[in-house]
Write a protein that binds this ligand. Structure first.
Ligand SMILES: [Fe+2]
Length: 162
């Protein structure tokens, strides 16, 4: 792995580093159930949000809802992450996890991709990302219980892994 990927990762805000490490560890555990290389899934989880390095911290840390313009800027973290990883010759699935981790099976994600277009590895990162984010503390809300988070993930329209 090129050094610039690790440099970029450790330049992220600490809260995103923490979230990414948690996502990576959960992905690694889940890998065993899907017969997928756990190191690969760990790496997909670790770098899924790396593109946030290029998003203004004012937008990243905003406590209220994002405006339409801010949301469009925020969406770009997936593209920035994909491009950074692609340029660094990282495994294609790691690049695609950065690009498509906000997709939902019914096509309501950032880039309106459908299930058929999303590799299983990317689907796992998407599920784990939501689970980790909703069960963790944020300055503007309390964490959901694991039970409540699993309820969201059981919506077959959005996810189908649980
Ligand atoms: Fe993200």
């Amino acid at each position: 792995m090129e050094q610039n990927v690790m440099w970029a990762f450790f330049s992220l805000p600490p809260s995103i580093i923490k979230h990414s490490i948690n996502v990576a560890k959960l992905c690694q555990k889940i890998a065993q159930h899907f017969d997928i290389d756990d190191k690969l899934l760990f790496t997909c989880g670790l770098f899924h949000d790396i593109g946030k390095l290029y998003i203004d911290e004012q937008i990243l840390n905003k406590r209220s809802c994002l405006t339409k313009e801010e949301f469009e800027i925020m969406k770009q973290h997936t593209v920035y992450g994909y491009e950074l990883l692609k340029e660094s010759n990282v495994n294609e699935l790691v690049c695609l996890s950065a690009l498509y981790h906000h997709e939902r099976l019914n096509g309501t994600g950032y880039w309106k991709k459908k299930k058929e277009e999303l590799p299983i590895v990317v689907q796992i990162v998407a599920v784990v990302d939501v689970f980790e984010a909703s069960t963790s503390y944020r300055p503007y809300r309390f964490p959901k219980s694991k039970k409540a988070a699993l309820r969201i993930l059981k919506d077959p329209e959005l996810f189908n892994l649980v």
